[in-house]
Design a binder for this molecule. Structure first.
Ligand code: AMP
Ligand code: GLY
Length: 418
């Protein structure tokens, strides 16, 4: 069996790692991958957004199953293109991927299907949006409609910050067509959790819960990032909260997509704000989270190939997942300058020492091989992931791994899971 993973981050590394452990002994490919993924998969030098190139490769190599890691190829319609060519691929079709690629679509979808979310209004001119901001109370959340690599959301504490964000998006066109419209949203209080499920169009099979740390600096200071660390399970998702998430958010979303004519097949990720035991939706993503995937899949005992094949044949209702009862933690190590820019080509030391620790794995994100040495090649560089009998022990081990790795300018949070 041949499996192709698409992407080059830590999430794609844990996918390749998980597939490489399957009793089916598949041959795993990853396009384009990174220096670490090369340990588990054969790298294919085709960009994740080169849909035509990936299709040609999958056809000529007779790939049995393709799994898409990131949102960009999904929004470009890679699933539609592969299906047209009778190739098996796991992920939502382009229309269903709008749950992530358009915040306006998602807000309106949630309104139609009574999914609890923040109150909002949509604007396509700076003047109209400004009028709204003039009469609002703060904080207030400003979101570009389209995909903006996690940079399109601003939690504005003041009117000045809100107007600056609107100007960036609607006047200076910082995000191009992704910023043609903005959502101005009520600020929700509470604690965040990530809830990800495998969906087959009709059924929802939740993965273990997780918590991501989005801000760059300790104590949730600094700018938002793609995620600086994660752990699983999240104690916020009690059985009561779990039931509410399923009943009020996940099941209505999957049913809603069926009624609207775009059944959702893929990983559906709900970014939630949980306040007073009530979950409300901040966003949907149509893929696994990164670094949540590292923390979650590190605990999954079931063969992921079986799960995805069951999803592709609409049999998820017959599938059960088995989890490691231990907790997991993933600490992201990032380049100097992240998230604004990243210093690349810097040699990373200590990977072997960290890798020698039991129950720990160093997943790679922005890494490359240069003169036989692994160097930085992106913003988020590594996700040091460990298991422990409880969360504090998982964190201790993950930080022990982190302490063995270094490069000039490396940054990471010291308070993941605290
Ligand atoms: P999003 O990409 O929509 O999940 O937003 C990115 C981050 O901004 C979230 O993880 C939250 O930390 C924050 N955020 C987004 N929307 C809200 C909201 N309505 N209230 C409070 N915080 C929010
Ligand atoms: N860690 C958040 C995300 O993947 O969107």
């Amino acid at each position: 069996m041949k499996i192709l993973v698409i992407g080059n981050g830590g999430r794609e590394h844990v996918l390749a790692w998980k597939f490489s452990q399957s009793p089916k002994k598949p041959r795993v490919y990853c396009a384009p991958g990174n220096a670490g993924i090369a340990g588990q998969a054969r790298l294919v030098p085709i960009a994740a957004t080169d849909v035509a190139g990936l299709l040609k490769f999958a056809l000529s190599e007779e790939i049995d199953l393709t799994v898409v890691g990131s949102e960009a190829p999904l929004a470009l319609g890679i699933v539609d293109a592969f299906k047209k060519n009778h190739l098996k691929i796991f992920g939502p079709q382009q229309e269903a991927a709008r749950l992530e690629s358009s915040k306006v679509f998602t807000k309106e979808f949630c309104r139609r299907h009574k999914i609890p979310q923040a109150g909002y209004a949509v604007f396509d001119t700076f003047e109209e949006a400004k009028k709204r901001v003039e009469t609002s109370t703060f904080p207030l959340v400003i979101k570009a409609d389209g995909l903006a690599s996690g940079k399109g959301v601003v939690v504005a504490q003041t009117k000045t910050e809100a107007l600056a964000a609107l100007e960036e998006i609607l006047v200076k066109n910082r995000f191009g067509s992704a910023g043609r419209r903005v959502v101005i949203e009520e600020f929700l209080k509470g604690e965040e959790a990530s809830f990800i499920a495998v969906c087959d169009g009709n059924h929802v099979l939740p993965l273990a819960s997780a918590k991501d740390h989005k801000r760059l600096l300790d104590a949730d200071r600094g700018p938002n990032t793609g995620g600086m660390g994660a752990f699983s399970p999240s104690p916020l998702v009690t059985s009561d909260v779990y039931e509410k998430i399923m009943e009020k958010i996940m099941l209505p979303a999957v049913k809603g997509m069926v009624t609207e004519g775009f059944p959702f097949v893929g990983f559906l990720y709900a970014g939630l704000m949980i306040g007073n035991g009530e979950p409300r939706l901040l966003e949907f993503n149509v893929r696994l989270g990164d670094p949540e995937a590292q923390a979650i899949l590190f605990r999954l005992k079931t063969d992921l190939i079986d799960v995805l094949e069951a999803a592709l044949s609409g049999r998820l209702n017959e599938t059960r997942l088995s989890w490691e009862t231990k907790a997991s933690a993933c600490i992201v190590m990032a380049s100097k300058g992240y998230p604004e820019k990243s210093e690349e080509g810097i040699a990373i030391e200590g990977l072997q020492e960290a890798g020698a620790l039991q129950e720990l794995f160093v997943f790679h994100a922005g890494t490359a091989l240069k003169d036989h040495h692994i160097v930085t090649a992106g913003g988020r560089v590594l996700g040091v992931t460990a298991l422990g009998s409880d969360l504090p022990s998982a964190l201790d081990l993950a930080y022990e791994g982190v302490s063995k790795i270094s490069w000039p300018g490396c940054q990471y949070r010291k308070d993941i899971g605290k």
